[in-house]
Design a protein around this ligand. Structure first.
Ligand code: ZN
Length: 386
């Protein structure tokens, strides 16, 4: 690349954890940046310190530094006075390592004023409704909540559970599906749980009390705890509005979401036994539309018109090249997509399901990038990057 980031003139800023905008990073903040090597999977972190001018000095040496200019840097940072991070000897790009004292490396953005904005904690709200017939919550529900809190902590994402009263006039429900869930998944009244062919219940998710308050809506996922999942092979089912497809003119619905809603919805089995089951479903939401994989990008099922496919591809390409900053031509973006909406890697969060015996707590670096760019984590959903 032609241009260089002049670290001695680049002001360093720190995103606010609880509101839009950012502050100058305090003097003495330690910053680790991945120095681009030309190989996008090769993480090579160098340590810098914020000086009295608010710019960066290399740690341990009094010399100026420049690094190749990109739109984003993989980064970690610690507050002044905090003890240093112990780096692994190498980073596995498919299991982007958790570094004690920070978590997984995250994208730092060079903004339009050529300031480096360090990432900070962001919040996603889970608006939850218990529509199970249990007299008392099974312990599995709290295990899954805690699994989500624990998992997303390392991505500097706070999962804020907001329990809602049981909706008046609505039945307790269970979910039924064909093999492996997916398109056949339907919702039914719990009183019919033994019926062989129970009628479908269409929950009015577009009507009160289900939709999030408008001020919180961009940062909220609706969570419906259901009594049980029958014949699905999974513990949960996530529906996201398919923003890139919606923007291209496609209305996204499913048998369990018969009317399109402009927020994401998760159905979760209250009896789910998987610690990271709910984290996995939240992952589907944060990973969308990138996480829908080649199925839509290449339109393997021939569902899209050429015009919609072109717009959809351009939006996915922008995530990887413009917003994640990968130095790749558009034709190579497809190599970073999974075949469908799950990962083929055994230990990946997005392959965390009952049939898989992997640990289910790893993420690839492109997943980490896509998760952190999710609209649900933005203060202004129209602004992709602060
Ligand atoms: Zn899944």
């Amino acid at each position: 690349m032609a241009t260089q980031l002049q670290l001695h003139t680049t002001k360093v800023r720190l995103a606010f954890p609880d509101k839009a905008g950012h502050d100058p990073a305090p003097q003495g903040t330690h910053v680790w940046l991945d120095v681009p090597t030309g190989t996008i999977r090769n993480f090579s972190f160098q340590e810098f310190v914020v000086n009295a001018q608010g710019t960066l000095d290399p740690a341990g040496a009094n010399r100026r530094a420049t690094i190749d200019r990109t739109v984003t840097y993989w980064s970690m940072w610690t507050a002044p006075g905090a003890t240093g991070l112990t780096m692994p000897t190498s980073f596995n790009a498919d299991e982007l390592n958790v570094v004690s004292g920070f978590g997984r490396p995250l994208l730092a953005v060079v903004n339009s004023q050529t300031e480096l904005v360090l990432p900070n904690t962001r919040k996603v709200i889970i608006r939850e409704f218990n529509m199970t017939a249990h007299a008392r919550e099974p312990a599995t529900m709290n295990d899954m909540r805690q699994g989500a809190i624990d998992f997303y902590k390392d991505l500097h994402i706070e999962v804020d559970f907001q329990k809602q009263p049981k909706p008046r006039g609505q039945p307790n429900v269970f979910v039924k599906g064909g093999a492996r869930g997916g398109t056949g998944t339907t919702v039914h009244n719990v009183t019919q749980i033994r019926a062989s062919n129970p009628p479908v219940v269409s929950l009015p998710l577009d009507q009160a009390p289900f939709p999030p308050p408008s001020a919180d809506k961009p940062k909220t996922i609706l969570l419906i705890w259901v009594h049980d999942f029958l014949n699905t092979g999974v513990d949960g089912h996530a529906h996201h509005p398919g923003r890139f497809l919606s923007n291209a003119g496609v209305t996204v619905t499913s048998p369990s979401i018969p009317a399109a809603v402009d927020f994401s919805v998760i159905f979760m089995n209250s009896k789910g036994s998987f610690k990271f089951g709910l984290a996995h479903e939240i992952g589907h939401v944060l990973w969308a539309d990138v996480g829908d994989g080649k199925q839509f990008y290449e339109d393997t099922q021939n569902q899209l018109t050429e015009r919609i496919r072109t717009r959809y591809r351009a939006a996915i390409n922008d995530v990887f090249i413009k917003h994640m900053g990968l130095d790749i031509p558009p034709a190579n973006v497809v190599n970073h997509l999974n075949t469908r909406d799950h990962s083929p890697l055994a230990n990946n969060l997005m392959n965390s399901m009952p049939a898989n015996t992997g640990t289910g707590d790893q993420l690839t670096f492109t997943q980490v990038g896509a998760f952190r760019l999710a609209p649900e984590l933005r203060w202004d959903p129209a602004v992709v990057i602060p």
